[in-house]
Design a protein around this ligand. Structure first.
Ligand code: BES
Ligand code: MN
Ligand code: ZN
Length: 501
C-alpha cells in the first residue's frame, strides 16, 4: 500500500472520506462536498441514524457532481476525545472495508475536529498508520479468489500540513515495517520457521546496519547455557541464540554510551509441544506463536535501525523447539544454568523460563545494560488473569514500570503490573536443586516471573507476559488484521523514543 500526503485542493477520483462531528455537523470540507453534490450528504445523514458519533460512518455511492466514486462520512464525535488512537482506528476501519472493494484509491480529507488532542500533521500521520497497519496480509500459502484480492493501492491523506506529516510518517513507516516483520515471523508455520530459519530472518537486519551474531549449539554449550539447551534437545532442529546490536547513540569520548545499551530479550520457542509433559491437542493450537516475544524483539530492532534511533540497543533471542523424543529432557532432570544455579525440571512444558534464564544472564553479563526488558508468551495463566486486553508486567523497578505503562497507553498496547515478592519466590524452592521450574497450582504467571527474576541482578528489569496479546483467534483488532498481532514493537519503540533518545 502506497501512502502519500497532499494538499486538500488536489483530491482526485476514488473513495473520499470526510468528517462529521456529533449532532451531524459537517466539517467545512464536507460542507463543500455537500454543495457540489446538491445536498446529498446532508440528506444521507437525515435518512440514517448516523449523526457523527465517533467510530461510525456511512457511505454515499457514486454521488453526482463530483469525481469521487464514493463519499464516506466518518464520525469524529465531539472532538475532544479525538486522539491518535481514534484517528488510527477510524482509518483502519474504513481502509479495511475498502481493501478488496474494487476501489484503488482512498483519500482522507478530514478536518481536525475542534478541541482535538492532536495537531493536524499528527492526525495525518496517524490516519496513514491506521490504514497501513490494516492492510497487512499473510497470504503466502494460499490462492486468493478474484474477489478476495486486495484492490486498494493508494491511500492519500489530504492535509494543509503535508510536509510536516511526511516527516512524521518517515518514522511511523519504519515502526510499521517493524510490526509487519514481527507479524510475519509469528504467522509463519513451524515447519518453515524453526530456530535456524528464524535466526536467518533475524540476520536480515544486517541490511539496516544492525550487527548480528548467531550462536549455535556448541557455542552455547561453551557458555554453559544448559537451561536453554535442555529445552531444545528433543528436537531435530538445533537451538540458536541471536544477538542483534544497534549502535545509534551519539558517542561519548570513550566511544560508548556510558550508561550501557538498552537490552531487549525475547522468548523464541518456535513450537511448544510441551515436550515430554506433552500438551493436549487443543493446548498445542497456536503454539507456533510461542516465539512472539522473539518476533517483537526482531521487529523492534528493525524499527529502531530503520528510523536510525539515537540510542544503543541490543536484542537477544533464544530460539528452540520444545519436542518430545528419546533425547528429550525429562521431568526430574536437573540442569545447571549459565548463572551456575541449578533447576529441577518438574514440567517440561514450563520451558520459556528456562530459555530466558540463560539469555537474561548472558545479556546482563556481556552488555551491562541500562535496563533489560524481556517479552515472552510465558504462561496460560496470564490469559486467565488479564484476558486479551493487557499484557502482564512484572518488574523490579517502579520508574521503568511507569514508563512502560505510559507508553502502552499512548500506543494502544496496554500493560498491567502484577506483584513479585519473597512469599511467591518461596513457591519455586526445590529440595534437591536451587529451584524447581514450576510453582504450585496458584499464581502461575507470578511464580514464572519469580524464576526469571532469579537470573536478574541489580539491573532495572521488566518482564512482559504477552501470551494473551501476541495472537488472536476470535474477533480481530481494527489495526491488526492477522493472527499474529506484532504486539510490543510500538510499545517498546515509544518507550525508547520518549525516555532514552
Ligand atoms: N507457551 C506456553 C504458555 C502459553 C499458553 C502461551 C497458552 C499462550 C497460550 C508455556 O510454555 C507453557 O506451556 N506454560 C505452562 C506452564 C505450566 C506448565 C507451569 C502453562 O501456562 O500451562
Ligand atoms: Mn510450554
Ligand atoms: Zn511455551
Amino acid at each position: 500500500m502506497q501512502i502519500s500526503f497532499a494538499a486538500p485542493g488536489q483530491v482526485g477520483s476514488g473513495a473520499l472520506v470526510l468528517s462529521v462531528q456529533d449532532g451531524g455537523v459537517l466539517s467545512s470540507q464536507a460542507a463543500r462536498y455537500d454543495e457540489m453534490t446538491a445536498g446529498a450528504l446532508k440528506r444521507a445523514i437525515e435518512v440514517s441514524r448516523f449523526k457523527g458519533q465517533a467510530g461510525q460512518s456511512i457511505e454515499v455511492l457514486a454521488p453526482a457532481g463530483v469525481k469521487s466514486s464514493r463519499i464516506i462520512l466518518a464520525g469524529v464525535g465531539k472532538g475532544e476525545k479525538f486522539d491518535g488512537n481514534a484517528a488510527e482506528r477510524l482509518a483502519a476501519t474504513i481502509a479495511g472495508r475498502l481493501l478488496a472493494s474494487g476501489e484503488q484509491t482512498l483519500t482522507f480529507a478530514l478536518d481536525a475536529p475542534k478541541r482535538a488532542k492532536i495537531s493536524e500533521a499528527e492526525m495525518a500521520a496517524h490516519l496513514a498508520t491506521g490504514a497501513y497497519l490494516r492492510s497487512y496480509r499473510f497470504d503466502h500459502y494460499r490462492k486468493l479468489g478474484e474477489d478476495e484480492k486486495q484492490t486498494l493501492k493508494d491511500v492519500v491523506i489530504a492535509t494543509n500540513k503535508a510536509q510536516a506529516a511526511r516527516k512524521l510518517w518517515t518514522d511511523a513507516d519504519a515502526i510499521n515495517e517493524g510490526i509487519f516483520v514481527a507479524r510475519d515471523l509469528v504467522n509463519e508455520p513451524p515447519n518453515v520457521l524453526y530456530p535456524d530459519e528464524a535466526a536467518k530472518r533475524a540476520s536480515q537486519l544486517k541490511k539496516l546496519g544492525v550487527k548480528v551474531e548467531v550462536f549455535d549449539v556448541p557455542a552455547m554449550k561453551k557458555l554453559g547455557m544448559n537451561a536453554l539447551l535442555g529445552v531444545g534437545q528433543g528436537s531435530t532442529h538445533d537451538a540458536r541464540m541471536v544477538v542483534m546490536q544497534w549502535n545509534g547513540a551519539k558517542k561519548s569520548a570513550k566511544g560508548k554510551d556510558a550508561a550501557g545499551p538498552l537490552a531487549f530479550i525475547g522468548k523464541g520457542v518456535c513450537f511448544d509441544s510441551g515436550g515430554l509433559s506433552l500438551k493436549t491437542g487443543a493446548g498445542m493450537m497456536g503454539m507456533k506463536g510461542d516465539m512472539a516475544g522473539a518476533a517483537a524483539v526482531v521487529g523492534l530492532m528493525h524499527a529502531l535501525a530503520k528510523r536510525k534511533a539515537r540510542v544503543d540497543a541490543v536484542g537477544l533471542i533464544g530460539l528452540v523447539e520444545n519436542m518430545p523424543d528419546g533425547n528429550a529432557q525429562r521431568p526430574n532432570d536437573i540442569v545447571k544454568s549459565m548463572s551456575g544455579q541449578t533447576i529441577e525440571i518438574l514440567n517440561t512444558d514450563a520451558e520459556g523460563r528456562l530459555v530466558l534464564a540463560d539469555v537474561l544472564w548472558y545479556a546482563q553479563s556481556r552488555f551491562k545494560p541500562r535496563f533489560m526488558i524481556n517479552l515472552a508468551t510465558l504462561t496460560g495463566a496470564i490469559l486467565v488473569a488479564l484476558g486479551t486486553e493487557h499484557a502482564g508486567l512484572f518488574s523490579n523497578n517502579d520508574e521503568l514500570s511507569q514508563r512502560l505503562t505510559k507508553a502502552g497507553l499512548k500506543e494502544g498496547e496496554l500493560v498491567w503490573r502484577l506483584p513479585l515478592g519473597d512469599a511467591y519466590d518461596k513457591l519455586v524452592k526445590s529440595k534437591i536443586a536451587d529451584m524447581k521450574n514450576i510453582g504450585g497450582p496458584n499464581a502461575g504467571s507470578i511464580t514464572a516471573a519469580q524464576i526469571l527474576q532469579r537470573f536478574v541482578n541489580k539491573v532495572p528489569w521488566a518482564h512482559l507476559d504477552i501470551a494473551g496479546v501476541a495472537w488472536q483467534d476470535g474477533e480481530q483488532r481494527p489495526l491488526a488484521p492477522s493472527w499474529g498481532t506484532g504486539w510490543g514493537v510500538r510499545l517498546l519503540n515509544r518507550l525508547v523514543a520518549d525516555s532514552y533518545e
